[in-house]
Design a protein around this ligand. Structure first.
Ligand SMILES: Nc1ncnc2c1ncn2[C@@H]1O[C@H](COP(=O)(O)OP(=O)(O)OP(=O)(O)O)[C@@H](O)[C@H]1O
Ligand SMILES: [Mg+2]
Length: 262
């Protein structure tokens, strides 16, 4: 594994019909680094993530993932993805949705079953292993998608508002789990969110994007949670609120007044 998880070089994206979604976006994400993308609705966050995942082609510029082309990285399953839409296969049960990446990678059956059990436990869906996605709530479907993304403990996770559909307590739990998982597996994470506190809580760096066409207007380093100096919940520490204020200020400078930011 190289030092870099993702390298985005001067990427531009103009969609058919003429919408310029991204303009000259450059970004480096180190191995094991947690980076959030934040910016107003329609600024191209999902587009950027989809380009990194090779689900969309850039009009200009280039992307590499662990030194490979985006296509190669996709074929070799170098990353797990969890996007705004859970994207589950409705005809497969919860457990066989989670098992899919393992099947594709020819992981032996017994090992697969153990891993799926572990993952379902992690996302709190053990009792729903035999259910089908349509029998679950939106938040539960999202948790299945997250379990699936984690199945092969990838070195990179691409996540697009994965916790948007979750209630606040589940969301906090998933944030903590994600941090733990990312740390344990030394995975880099590229995480799109509209929530400033979420970005601050999770990230090593927060990348602030401008309204369309999306450009990177600021990158803020967030001190690690440990240095949020709280004995109790880091989310209640002074350092946490100070970091939130910095990101808010950067967003306000960089975006139109009606920016869709919570
Ligand atoms: N397939 C497509 N064809 C044409 N235009 C598109 C397509 N996908 C996205 N766009 C346009 O590109 C721009 C960026 O969209 P994108 O989904 O990346 O925004 P976003 O930052 O993820 O927004 P949100 O926060 O609402 O999810 C938007 O103006 C959108 O209309
Ligand atoms: Mg989006």
């Amino acid at each position: 594994m190289t030092e870099r998880a993702v390298l985005v070089e001067e990427v531009g994206k103009v969609f058919d019909g003429g919408v310029t979604a991204l303009e000259n976006v450059s970004l480096t994400i180190g191995a094991g680094e947690f980076v959030s993308l934040i910016g107003p609705s329609g600024c191209g966050k999902s587009t950027l993530l989809r380009i990194i995942a090779d689900l969309e082609q850039p009009t200009s510029g280039a992307v590499s993932v662990f030194g490979l082309t985006a296509r190669r990285a996709r074929v070799e399953q170098k990353y797990g993805i969890a996007f705004q839409q859970a994207g589950l296969l409705d005809w497969r049960t919860v457990q066989s949705n989670v098992a899919l990446p393992l099947e594709l990678h020819k992981v032996p059956k017994r090992e697969r079953a153990d891993r799926v059990r572990e993952l379902l436990d992690l996302v709190g869906l053990t009792d729903f292993a035999e259910n089908f996605p349509t029998q679950l709530s939106g938040g539960m479907q999202q948790r299945v998608a997250i379990a699936r993304a984690l199945a092969r403990t990838p070195g990179l996770l691409l996540m697009d508002e994965p916790f948007g559909a979750l209630d606040e307590m589940t969301r906090e739990k998933m944030q903590n789990d994600l941090l733990r998982i990312a740390e344990e597996s030394s995975a880099a994470v590229v995480f799109v969110t509209h929530s400033i506190p979420e970005a601050v809580y999770l990230s090593d760096r927060v990348v602030v994007m401008s309204s369309r066409p999306g450009r990177v207007v600021d990158t803020l380093s967030i001190d690690s949670i440990d240095s949020f100096d709280a004995d109790g919940d880091p989310r209640e520490s002074a350092g946490f609120f100070a970091a939130i204020t910095s990101v808010r200020d950067a967003l306000h400078v960089s975006t139109i007044p009606s920016a869709d930011v919570r």
